[in-house]
Structures are given as structure tokens and as C-alpha cells.
Write a protein that binds this ligand. Structure first.
Ligand code: ARG
Length: 588
């Protein structure tokens, strides 16, 4: 119908208004249409906000326009005729308010049902991106901060993948730090026969790490040996390499368990991977004149920050920054990524700020933040306990991820049993639902907040079946599925023979919200804000509830169309769940 592959409703309107603006002020170039959804649907569905700034620009030069509303009026008159817009009018200082055609909206929803939600994927100006996320440190426990990084990073990757971007999901694990000196030295010292003993002895790596740290802090002679061990390891000495590999493998197995539970897929390219490329990358920076000598170290000074970025330590060793600069070089030049996204807590902001600036000065990245290739640090706040302090267990230990997931699932299972589901369902169904809802609740509670804010971890809140929670949303979706099931109608058949109509006001509101899905995903991607998608999903379920309360579905004259609207809602909700890494449930 001529509207294929034109992108979101917002993008289509942008195209129409771009034409109209060109006709209105032919001498002006590069005027980007400013289109936003109307806040109050009584005014219209979308508005074009260009008249005011355009008038300021042409003031006095184009005599036929005496004020912003006259510019708005001309923009409105010049909109090309299309089947998309039903009516438009001028409001306030020159806004052009647009009402979309119901028929067109209904057709577009029906088409999505037939061709699949993939046809609603937003278009992004990138082909390949790196998402660097999760990235725990070897020999240390994955904590809730890493949980946030894993959840947020996975969602961003999923949204980009849905938008047809090839995503390199990178686990930048800390596998090359100085902690390995003390770990290995302690391993050699405690187990002279370590090759046989180590697997067993260090299976509880965290305890092992603590013990070696104690030894390191208490004994200067050991400390020296540990520092020497780092040199031997980085120099590639066989015995050290082997012990290192073994330690990494144990950690890797633990990490894998968490990823499996969360349904998150990542490819490990740890700090050690980039080590061989460091001299070359630093050489390039040096040739650009970026690297200076300071107090025995090699550093890069960054404007506005007093502390320099150390790239070679006093002892000649490399560090976090040398690795990150090299990884950036590698991702840009070897992997040809156009967008590189780093997900860590906000505490690391300055580190990223500094090496991004260095890379810009070296000409690796364009100076303008909105040009590609582009880098972004996606920072997030702390996870707090109910006491408002950093989230800890009662014995003030770091909370283990696995325990959190277990508890969420168990609480869900208990709630399902209380509702008698153990008698209705198979054990497998019970388990799967408890997992989907429990893990989904943990993820959603994190993602629904603006990531920059700290958020308070609270099981009772996140597992509440009312309010803005995954539990509520998953149940809402299951309820829609059951409406369709109970109608006894074959939905594939309805898609073929039926049509969608949006006659009732609540049908129209729901339909409009459905149509906004592509632009919401686009916004969430562009601004790297998963909470935008959560908000969309929650509002969608509210619009659905209003529709379902006020419009009879089964047994009504509009049954076919309304069932199709139910199905479209379920399809969009499922895609939202999928993008948020949540497994949908179909019955409750
Ligand atoms: N391992 C680091 C940490 O646990 C995070 C690494 C993030 N990625 C990066 N390229 N620096 O804090």
C-alpha cells in the first residue's frame, strides 16, 4: 500500500513534514522536522513543532509570514495528501496538530499481524555494534553490580539486534590484573603439588582469593614474590600460564551458571585477549604526541581533568586503561564496529571519559559526539538494600547473584502453590512459570528505573501482582491469551478473513499505542534507556485494560476485529518481554 518499509509512524510523518517545510520555505536548507506525539490526545495524535523556530529564522526575510502561526498555517497547507492523515489544525503559537486516519492505522496493525512484528523493527544508522557488558572479574564473586550490567547490557543488545544491527556481545572479564600474582603464588605455596590439587582446592575461589589476600597484606616477603609472579605470568612463563588458565576456568564455570539462568548469551574476550596488541596501540598514540612522561609513568593528560590517564605504570606494566584503549582500537579497526557501548556503574564514568577523549584526540573517533563511529558509556547507579545502604546480606557480605535468583523463583513458586496451581499444572509447568516470573521480576525491577538512579532491591515490591511489575505484566499477557483461547476462534483464520477496525475511542487509543512501538524501541536504543520500553509496556497494558473494560470482545458484533486487537496487543507485549529478556507465560 505504498507505506512499506517507511519506518515508524513518527518517521513517516517526518518525511511528510520535511516535504511540507521545503515547500513552505524553499530557500532554507537543513530544517529537520520536529515531530512529537501529542501529550493530550484531544488535541491530536502527533504535532509538528517547527513553526516557532522557523519563523525566528526567516523573520523579516520572507514577508508573507508575519508570525509563527502563519508559518504553521503554511506548513499545514503544504502537507502532501496521503491516506495517513485524516485532519490537521493549528494550535497555540503555531503547532500543527495531526489526527491520523483510523482506517490507515487499522490497516497497519492488521499488516503487522500478517507479516510479523519484525516488520516493525526500527531502522538505525549502524550495521555493527559492540556491547561490552557484564564483565566480572576472575576469582571474585559476581555481585549485584554485575547483575545490573548483565541485565541492562543484554536488553540493549537485544534491542539493537531486533533493529537489525549485528551485535558483538563482549564479556570484558578482568582476567589480567595484579590479583593473579598473589593467587598463583599462594596456590604454589599452599599446594606444592598444585597441578593435582588445585581443581579441588580452589573450587571455592572466593575463599581462596580472601586467603591469598590476607597472606599478601600480612607478609612483605610474600607480597614481593606475588609481584614477581605477575611479571612471570605476563612474561608468559609456562607454569604461571597454566595456573592462571586453571583459575580462569573455575571462574568461567561459575559465571556460566548465572548466564544460563538469566538466558544471557555473551562472548568472552577478556583483558588478556588485548594484551598482545597493547604496544602497537600505545605506539599509535605516541606517534600522535599524546603520551608524556610523568613521575616515572607514561600518561595521557586530558583537558579538564587534573589526574592524568596512566597507560604504562612506573614498573613498566600495563593497566585497565592501556587495555581499554587497545580494546577500543581493536574494536574499531579489526572488528569494524561503528558503535561501542560500555555498561558499568557510574563510578567508572571518568575512566571512560578520559580514554574516549584520548581516542578522539588521536583521531580514532570523530570529535562530534553524534557522528559515527561512536562510543557511549552506559552508567548505572547502585543497588541499595531497604536500609538505603549498599545492598548486603545480614552478615554484611556481598549478595550473591545466584541466591537472589533462587529466592525470587522460590517465592514465585510458593505463591503459585498458594493459588492451587500445583494441582492444576504439571511439576514442569510450575517450575517454568516460577522461573519466568521470578527471574523476570528481578530483571524488570531493575530495568524500569532510569538506569542512572540508585534502586532499592525489594522482593515484596517486585513480586507484587499489582502495579508496575513483571508479575502484573506477565499475568496481563496470559489473560489476553486466555481471552483468545476461550473465544474458540482460530486466530490465523481471523487474520486471513477478518479486518481490524478502531471505531470505539478506547480501541483507537490502544491502536495508536500499538503503532508507536517502533519509535519507542528506536528511542530506547538511541538514548540507551531500557526504562523507556518498560514504560511503554506498562502503558500498553493499561490501555488494553481500558479497552477490555469498555468494549465487549467475545460475543459482540465486533468480535473478529477485537480479537485481532487482542492478538496484536499480545504480540507487541511478547516482543517487549523478549527485548527485556523476560520469558512470557501463556496461562496463569
Ligand atoms: N571488570 C570491570 C569491573 O568489574 C568492568 C569492565 C568493563 N568494561 C571495560 N571495557 N572496561 O568493574
Amino acid at each position: 500500500d505504498g507505506d512499506e518499509n517507511l519506518g515508524s509512524v513518527k518517521q513517516i510523518l517526518e518525511m511528510l513534514f520535511a516535504q511540507s517545510i521545503r515547500l513552505t520555505v524553499p530557500d532554507e536548507t537543513e530544517v529537520a522536522p520536529i515531530i512529537t506525539p501529542c501529550k493530550d490526545l484531544r488535541h491530536g495524535d502527533y504535532q509538528c513543532n517547527n513553526a516557532m523556530s522557523l519563523f525566528a529564522r526567516i523573520r523579516g526575510r520572507v514577508p508573507q509570514y508575519s508570525n509563527p502561526p502563519s508559518v504553521g498555517q503554511a506548513i499545514m497547507n503544504n502537507i502532501p495528501t496521503s491516506e495517513i492523515i485524516e485532519s490537521s489544525r493549528i494550535a497555540g503559537p503555531g503547532y500543527v496538530n495531526v489526527v491520523l486516519s483510523r482506517k490507515w492505522m487499522a490497516k497497519r496493525i492488521h499488516k503487522m499481524l500478517k507479516d510479523g512484528i519484525e516488520t516493525w523493527a526500527p531502522k538505525l544508522p549502524v550495521k555493527r555494534a559492540v556491547v561490552d557488558f557484564s564483565s566480572p572479574n576472575i576469582a571474585k564473586e559476581m555481585h549485584v553490580g554485575h547483575l545490573r550490567s548483565t541485565i541492562i547490557g543484554d536488553t540493549l543488545a537485544r534491542m539493537l539486534e531486533f533493529s537489525n544491527v549485528e551485535v558483538l556481545r563482549r564479556n570484558h572479564v578482568g582476567d589480567w590484573g595484579t590479583q593473579f600474582g598473589m593467587l598463583i603464588e599462594y596456590l604454589f605455596e599452599t599446594f606444592p603439588d598444585w597441578e593435582v590439587a588445585s581443581g579441588q582446592a580452589i573450587s571455592d575461589l572466593e575463599a581462596f582469593y580472601k586467603a591469598s589476600k590476607q597472606r599478601f597484606d600480612a607478609d612483605p616477603e610474600f607480597k614481593e614474590r606475588a609481584q614477581q609472579a605477575v611479571v612471570s605470568l605476563q612474561g608468559g612463563e609456562e607454569r604461571y600460564r597454566k595456573a592462571w588458565a586453571q583459575i580462569c576456568e573455575i571462574s568461567r564455570k561459575e559465571f556460566k551458571k548465572v548466564y544460563e539462568r538469566l538466558g544471557v548469551h555473551l562472548e568472552e574476550k577478556g583483558e588478556s585477549f588485548y594484551n598482545p596488541f597493547i604496544p602497537k596501540a600505545l605506539d599509535l598514540l605516541n606517534k600522535e604526541g599524546l603520551i608524556e612522561e610523568s613521575e616515572g609513568a607514561r600518561v595521557i593528560f586530558v583537558e579538564g581533568i587534573s589526574r592524568p590517564l596512566i597507560v604504562v605504570k612506573k614498573d613498566g606494566g600495563y593497566n585497565y586503561a592501556s587495555t581499554d584503549l587497545t580494546a577500543l582500537w581493536y574494536r574499531l579497526n579489526e572488528e569494524k564496529a561503528e558503535w561501542i557501548i560500555y555498561v558499568t556503574d557510574v563510578g567508572q564514568r571518568e575512566h571512560f571519559e578520559m580514554f574516549f577523549t584520548a581516542a578522539k584526540r588521536a583521531g580514532w573517533l570523530p570529535a562530534e559526539a553524534d557522528k559515527y563511529p561512536k562510543v557511549n558509556h552506559v552508567g548505572f547507579g547502585l543497588v541499595l538494600g531497604e536500609d538505603g545502604k549498599r545492598f548486603r546480606t545480614r552478615s554484611s557480605e556481598v549478595v550473591k547473584l545466584v541466591d537472589l535468583l533462587d529466592e525470587a523463583k522460590n517465592r514465585c513458586k510458593t505463591a503459585l502453590i498458594e493459588r492451587g496451581k500445583d494441582k492444576e499444572w504439571t511439576e514442569e509447568e510450575l517450575e517454568q512459570t516460577a522461573e519466568a516470573v521470578g527471574y523476570g521480576a528481578v530483571k524488570y525491577a531493575d530495568l524500569k528505573n532510569n538506569r542512572l538512579t540508585n534502586y532499592t532491591f525489594n522482593f515484596d515490591q517486585m513480586l507484587n501482582d499489582k502495579g508496575n511489575t513483571a508479575v502484573y505484566l506477565l499475568y496481563a499477557h496470559a489473560r489476553i491469551c486466555s481471552i483468545i483461547r476461550k473465544s474458540g476462534k482460530e486466530i490465523e483464520e481471523l487474520k486471513r478473513v477478518g479486518t481490524v477496525a478502531l471505531e470505539h475511542p478506547d480501541e483507537r487509543v490502544l491502536g495508536l499505542h500499538l503503532l508507536q512501538f517502533p519509535e519507542v524501541v528506536e528511542e530506547a536504543c538511541t538514548n540507551l534507556l531500557p526504562n523507556v520500553l518498560c514504560e511503554y509496556l506498562y502503558n500498553l497494558s493499561e490501555d488494553f485494560t481500558r479497552f477490555y473494560t469498555n468494549c465487549q470482545v467475545v460475543g459482540s458484533a465486533e468480535e473478529t476485529s477485537r480479537l485481532l486487537l487482542c492478538e496484536a496487543t499480545a504480540v507487541v507485549m511478547r516482543k517487549c518481554f523478549h527485548l527485556l529478556g523476560i520469558t512470557p507465560v501463556y496461562k496463569i
